[in-house]
Design a protein around this ligand. Sequence first.
Ligand SMILES: O=C(O)CCC(=O)C(=O)O
Ligand SMILES: [Fe+2]
Length: 366
Amino acid sequence: MTSPGYVILDPDPALRPMPDVVWRPELIDYEHHDAYRGLSAAADPRTRLKAGAVFAAGMAKLLLKRAIRYEMIPYDLRADRSVAGRLRFAGAALRNMTAGSMRKRHAASTAVRDGAPLDQHGVMVISVPADRVERLEQVSAPQFETLAARRGKSNGQRRFEESRGQASRIAAADLFAEIETLLTESGVMAASNAYLGRTARLIDVNPQINDVTDSFWRDIFPDRDAGDLPATAYCHRDASGGDLKAIIYLSDVGERNGPFSYVLGSNRMRISRLDDLICEANDSNGLGATDPEARKLFAALPARLRQKGAFGNDLTPDSGIGADIHAGLWAIQAKKGSIVLFDTKGIHRGGMVVDGERRVITCVIG
Ligand SMILES: O=C(O)CCC(=O)C(=O)O
Ligand SMILES: [Fe+2]
């Protein structure tokens, strides 16, 4: 499947893939977490009502997005606000609605095929030949220039979205073409097709720069003593509804400049569709955040609704799932020109840069 010059990198053999886990809301023990303890009992009726309303509104929006497979609609169609553009968006939404469920394979429910690292681990790393990396650097340079200029304007307190740009397939046709060649030659598209059980497409291309001034992964409980971050800080499952991502490293990535990390085998964790939707709703309606106001509202939800995809910050060191995550977490240190392909519904975390800078291009594949 992979052309000459591309090499698959194996995970560290010392890691312990995640055992079979069935997700339950109680896996995250909010009552025994210092930042949440007592909040639920203390919630007054008004707060409970407000939390319920925020949740319901968020869920309604999410269900609409899922019905039209919003994240699978390319950026150019999502962003075009002209009348013709809105009509094209509506056309794409209708086509998606009538196409039925695209995610034929839910990774957790299917068997592991021999020799398929993506099935087994949920993540696969491939190194790219130097000439391809050089070409990609050249065609992506204008995108990175724009992104670097935009980042320069905000100092400190950087939210994750500010570290990421969005390329247009129309305006950056050469970049999309280069990436499509790379993803095909490297075997990423073939592996994605096999994993998803259908023909996958490159949806979005997001250039991204992270450095030590990023604060989104550090300031998790702003009202509390900074203390040490939990071992599972920033670990999450995506709320995007996207299927797979391929992160192309455009910097050498070592221990200190933000290795992307993935819990081996966490793609096979079983979670009901309803619980997954509840997690996605709280990740997108603001209740899943960790500032005091968000925690107060989150705690005021009924227990069944107290779930989030971004749960890594909320795990205490003694929790069972926390230990499983820690034991299977592959911090992917690799050279510039490595592609990390992963199932976004497995547990992972992004670059936490403590030194230097990391440049990547994140590709959404669905
Ligand atoms: O910054 C990264 O390495 C990845 C961030 C992430 O979690 C994602 O793209 O889903
Ligand atoms: Fe993610």
